[in-house]
Write a protein that binds this ligand. Structure first.
Ligand SMILES: NC(=O)c1ccc[n+]([C@@H]2O[C@H](COP(=O)([O-])OP(=O)(O)OC[C@H]3O[C@@H](n4cnc5c(N)ncnc54)[C@H](OP(=O)(O)O)[C@@H]3O)[C@@H](O)[C@H]2O)c1
Length: 335
């Protein structure tokens, strides 16, 4: 049984972050989303020091991506970073990204799904009609990873390598679950995204879907593709900038008492991308550079049902949004 009380988290934070794993990514292609800020930016900088063949810096706009690349070049001397734009709150942007990626990427060795948003206690609806955190962190991240499976498979086959799909989740999943009412709903995703159902823990729920994604990919993909989810720890970054009032004050105290820097948190992305053995980390939730079990609820009957039901609903939704999805499901997502 894996227990993660608040005190366990605080004690672990205070112990200090483990060192970064070093590697050589010569000839390999890394794609990292949310790479202009926080732990994504710092992880991109680590990859930039590993002779990475191509490093694709994915941000909400090309302008932001170009700015990040300039800074990475200045700080590391790395010259092979390329910009791409992606807005996960807009399904059509995810489809456009996949079209461009299929044209421009001849291989994809490490996909880092890092981008995320936290607007705890607030309710915003995207133009696609979903609660924002739910779409960006959950639905959008899942659709993005699925649309990149063809190039990931091609890489594994043509280069006899084991590509990794790294999904940045959070320790906060230990306080999240999906209740029986939402599980019994005719459409669980729609119920979870609705204003009536939204509670301040919406962010936690959205990060649960990152672990669901990795579990599903591990169950359905061949053994030479390595999905991993991770907890970066509680880090200083832009993530909590939308908080106000008592919540912002609470975050300020936590930041002062035990937050890691973004660079320290980014070491957990690097670990999930190149650390451990493929067998060890495949399908796992990692934390502090080791495999941590997932919350008991995820492994319970309700947890399994939630993963199956929401996965099926997502595939149905994505199939309506992008006509490549049905053939990806048929060709790649089979146990
Ligand atoms: N910091 C922590 O304590 C902590 C703990 C656990 C997990 N995490 C996770 O770590 C990941 C990185 O967060 P961070 O802490 O580094 O925060 P951050 O500094 O705010 O970085 C988040 C990144 O995601 C991008 N992003 C936000 N909305 C997006 C959208 N709609 N489409 C595409 N990209 C979008 C942001 O772009 P903009 O700059 O344009 O907004 C930014 O590049 C997130 O998945 C977060 O949930 C963080």
């Amino acid at each position: 049984m894996v227990q993660r009380s608040y005190q366990v988290m605080v004690d672990e934070q205070k112990k200090g972050m483990v060192p970064v794993v070093k590697g050589d990514l010569t000839g390999k292609t890394v794609v990292i989303t949310g790479a202009n800020s926080g732990i994504g930016y710092e992880a991109a900088k680590h990859f930039a020091t590993m002779n990475t063949g191509r490093l694709i810096i994915v941000c909400r706009s090309l302008e932001k991506a170009r700015g990040a690349i300039k800074q990475i070049e200045a700080e590391t001397g790395y010259k092979n970073a390329e910009p791409m734009a992606l807005d996960l709150s807009d399904f059509s942007s995810i489809s456009t990204f996949a079209t461009q990626a299929n044209k421009t990427l001849d291989r994809l060795d490490i996909l880092v799904e890092n981008a995320g948003v936290a607007k705890t206690g607030q309710y915003f609806v995207t133009n696609d009609g979903w609660e924002e955190m739910f779409q960006v962190n959950g639905l959008g991240t899942t659709m993005h990873a699925i649309l990149l499976l063809p190039v990931i498979f091609k890489t594994a086959k043509e280069h006899s390598v084991a590509p990794r799909i790294v999904v940045v989740s959070s320790e906060i999943i230990f306080s999240a679950n999906i209740g029986p009412d939402a599980l019994a709903a005719s459409n669980t995703l729609e119920m979870l995204s609705s204003k009536e159902y939204c509670t301040p823990d919406r962010y936690a729920l959205s990060k649960l879907f990152n672990v669901f994604l990795v579990h599903k990919l591990a169950a359905l993909l061949p053994k030479n593709i390595i999905p991993v989810s991770l907890n970066p720890g509680f880090c200083l970054s832009g993530l909590r900038r939308h908080a106000s009032g008592a919540l912002a004050e609470q975050y300020d105290k936590m930041d002062a008492e035990f937050a890691y820097t973004s660079e320290e948190g980014s070491r957990q992305i690097v670990y999930a991308a190149i650390g451990g053995t493929d067998e060890e980390v495949r399908g796992a939730f990692t934390s502090y550079s080791q495999v941590l079990g997932v919350p008991d609820w995820i492994l319970s009957e309700d947890g399994k049902k939630a993963q199956d039901k929401t996965w099926d609903e997502m595939l149905e939704l994505f199939s309506k949004l992008d006509n490549r999805i049905p053939s990806i499901i048929a060709d790649y997502l089979k146990a």
